[in-house]
Design a protein around this ligand. Structure first.
Ligand code: CMC
Length: 392
């Protein structure tokens, strides 16, 4: 018993104070530490954005170099972690492997971890940001049955990830700069999004002072759902299923039908009731990448553009303020880069690791930090006595 505010889905509960990310959903504004997302996507690379999210300020040249060097020191994973992969079925979903392998890092870095020590917290943050691309690429290589590719620290974060995925044929070759830029932008646009489902999961798990690597694994598990990070995968599967512009009205009708659980994937957002500012940047990037890869006539892009147009003019979507979100376009870009659909959410997890870690650090550093422990409205049976089994 007791009087608690009942707020299912936390529609109106602020669970923390935070200085990291600001969203004004009504106006379509997203700021990291005060800076608009479109400016960051245009003018900074992901390492600068990661530094900003973690430290509160953009780095100057030498601060950036120091941060990049620090990350590069930790890009390798322990060779024993590679053997851990072999326990998974080859056809396992890469997100299932991510949850397991990132969680397993807690076994490698447990005893030396003292989360009350700011230096140890920073080291965990660095290790996570550095190792997640290596692990993500390993998931793909394992699924393909190809040998793992070691990180190459003379490459940028995005180059290195693409190289670990697709392995450049000769040593002095680097991935295509247009694709690298698009990849880097995808990382920036997904890096943080205040108290979304997975970030709240990381904070809640971390509030008990659990091992940070295990907390990030919890975040990955939460991100996997199709209502959250799994939407980019679900969106591309949906576009493929639609297949042709002539079938769009049928799918729009299904999405509007109250008796049909089908939703248009990549549309709608809990917070944005206006265009998702990340989707604007992503839309531009999608066109750049398709032009660079000669895939402008891709039938899936045609379906996507037509679907966007029809939905934006449809009364149902206008009335419910359902606009394309970040995941509507990211899948098109990832597919053009050559990344298979089942890796899309892994890439979201890779990018969001920076946000999770920044939010975890912010929470743990608070002097008044408390364990997260929501209450409930009990709606079950009232007191009753246990009957002996023969009388039940
Ligand atoms: N297609 C059709 N109808 C929709 C959709 C959609 N994509 N999204 C919401 N609605 C309807 C919904 O049926 C409801 O109608 P009514 O008021 O008549 O019951 C109304 O709009 C409000 O929806 P809600 O589910 O109450 O809103 P929510 O804030 O709880 O859900 C959402 C937000 C993102 C889960 C939802 O819009 C959705 O399921 N979208 C599709 C999945 C998706 O693209 N998710 C990615 C979100 S962005 C990346 C991330 O954050 O991970």
């Amino acid at each position: 018993s007791g009087f608690f505010t009942y707020d299912p889905g936390f529609m109106s509960t602020a669970s923390c104070e935070s200085k990291i990310t600001y969203i004004d959903g009504g106006s379509g504004v997203l700021l990291y530490r005060g800076y608009p997302i479109d400016q960051l996507a245009d003018e900074c690379d992901f390492m600068e954005v990661a530094y900003l999210l973690l430290n509160g300020e953009l780095p100057n040249q030498s601060e950036k170099q120091g941060f990049v060097d620090e990350i590069n020191n930790h890009t390798m994973v322990h060779e024993q972690l590679a053997t851990f992969f072999r326990g998974f079925r080859r056809d396992a979903h890469p997100m299932a492997i991510m949850v397991g392998v990132v969680g397993a890092l807690s076994a490698f870095y447990h005893d030396s971890l003292d989360i009350n020590d700011p230096e140890h917290r920073s080291r965990s943050a660095t290790r996570l940001i550095a190792k997640v691309p290596t692990i993500a690429a390993m998931c793909y290589r394992y699924w393909m049955g190809h040998p793992f590719v070691y990180p190459r620290n003379e490459m940028t974060y995005a180059e290195n990830f693409l190289n670990m995925m697709f392995s450049m044929p000769s040593h002095d070759e680097k991935p295509d700069p247009v694709l690298v830029k698009a990849m880097d932008r995808i990382f920036t646009l997904h890096a943080d999004h205040e108290q979304n489902c997975s970030t709240s999961t990381v904070r809640l798990a971390g509030s008990s002072h659990a091992n940070p690597f295990a907390c990030i694994a919890a975040g990955i598990a939460s991100l996997w759902g199709p209502a959250h990070g799994g939407a980019n995968e679900a969106c591309l599967n949906m576009l493929n299923e639609i297949g042709d512009v002539s079938r769009i009205p049928e799918f729009i009708a299904k999405a509007k039908d109250k008796n049909d659980p089908f939703r248009l994937m990549g549309f709608g957002h809990r917070v944005y009731k206006n265009f998702d500012p990340r989707a604007k940047v992503m839309r531009e990037s999608a066109h750049e990448v398709l032009a660079a890869t000669g895939k402008q006539d891709d039938p899936i892009l045609k379906v996507a553009m037509e679907l966007e147009k029809i939905a934006l003019e449809d009364e149902y979507f206008i009335e419910k303020k359902l606009y394309p979100n970040v995941d509507f376009y990211s899948g098109i870009i990832l597919q053009a880069i050559g990344i298979p659909v089942n890796m899309f959410t892994v890439i979201f997890a890779l990018a969001r690791t920076v946000g999770w870690v920044a939010q975890w650090k912010e929470m743990i550093s608070e002097p008044t930090q408390k364990i997260g422990r929501p209450r409930q409205l009990y709606t079950g049976e009232s007191h009753r006595d246990v009957q002996p089994i023969e009388k039940r």
